[in-house]
Write a protein that binds this ligand. Structure first.
Ligand code: SME
Length: 160
């Protein structure tokens, strides 16, 4: 089966999860599990949620993969901080060459971080690490952005 159709298939499953999840938390838990299990190059999949405060922090939420030392990240640190503070997706093909990178596992070679918006504001992000260099193609970027939009919509829904 071609890679493209596989991502298409998983995209459908993720969309079904979003329809059946009772809460945003339930959706995030099931989404990290599905992505981690089904896409071999997604070796760590997790959410960081924005905690308002002085200073605001990104707090680790649902995740699958090895435990990370970075459970709370300020907005001016890491690839995670860069994505949340700019509201832009960040793709890093070689984490060893990016001075912003905060190491989570020695095996990580590339990373994508996609911000999650609710009511027009960044409320968190979806972070995926890969043991493979340059793992995140434009197709992956499109797919992970779709996942982030589903979570943002669920967070906007009443009783999320
Ligand atoms: N690498 C991230 C930190 C989170 S861990 O990857 C799980 C960063 O540079 O912000």
């Amino acid at each position: 089966m071609a890679i493209g159709s596989r991502i298409e298939e998983i995209r459908k499953e993720v969309t079904e999860l979003a329809q059946s999840a009772r809460t945003a938390n339930e959706l995030m838990q099931s989404m990290v599990k599905l992505l981690h299990e089904r896409v071999l190059k997604y070796n760590w999949v997790g959410f960081y949620m924005l905690e308002p405060g002085a200073p605001p922090m990104l707090a680790l939420g649902a995740f699958q993969g090895a435990m990370t030392p970075h459970t709370r990240i300020p907005l001016n640190e890491g690839i995670c901080g860069a994505a949340a503070s700019t509201g832009q997706t960040v793709v890093v093909d070689d984490v060893s060459k990016d001075p912003r990178y905060l190491a989570c596992s020695l095996e990580t070679r590339s990373e994508i971080v996609v911000p999650i918006f609710a009511h027009g504001k960044v409320v968190g992000e979806l972070d995926i690490d890969s043991h493979f260099p340059a793992a995140f193609t434009s197709e992956d970027q499109d797919f992970v952005q779709h996942c982030a939009i589903l979570v943002g919509k669920r967070l906007e829904a009443p009783f999320a």
